[in-house]
Design a protein around this ligand. Structure first.
Ligand code: 2BA
Length: 109
């Protein structure tokens, strides 16, 4: 069994939820916040049998759009950060960020 943790854009969350439910995939949604943009996103946690992992990843891939978002609240002016590196004015976000972890034990009581 695997635990899939997937971080997706809030706007894509409802469609992904609907598709996972349709395929009989149990999931828990957590309201989360990206550490870089401080923007709300959605984290799905799903415990699935190994043979379902690819199907879940395909659903998340299919319904997670890439978009550019401005980088707010920089501590320094855009174009200048410590060490001479250049801070971006906007970044490409998503589709989804997916982690697949081995599950040692799974119990429902
Ligand atoms: P955020 O941390 O708000 O990051 C939003 C986007 O900003 C990222 O898109 C990436 O393009 C850029 N970014 C993030 N950290 C950066 C940095 N230190 N320097 C320059 N650019 C940076 P995605 O990679 O698609 O990530 C979307 C969201 O997925 C992230 O939101 C975060 O909540 C989560 N995420 C991504 N990679 C992760 C990881 N390795 N561990 C935990 N969460 C992750």
């Amino acid at each position: 069994m695997k635990l899939i943790m997937a971080i997706v854009n809030n706007d894509d969350g409802p469609m992904i939820t609907a598709q996972l439910n349709k395929k009989g995939v149990y999931t828990t949604k957590i309201a989360s916040t990206g550490g870089f943009l401080s923007a709300g996103n959605m984290t799905f946690i799903s415990g699935v049998e190994d043979e379902k992992v690819d199907e879940v990843i395909e659903i998340i891939k299919a319904y997670s759009r890439k978009r550019t978002q401005p980088v707010p609240n920089l501590d320094v002016p855009v174009g200048q950060i410590a060490g001479g590196a250049v801070a971006p004015a906007e970044v490409l976000v998503g589709g989804g960020t997916i982690f697949v972890l081995n599950v040692e034990s799974f119990t429902r009581v």
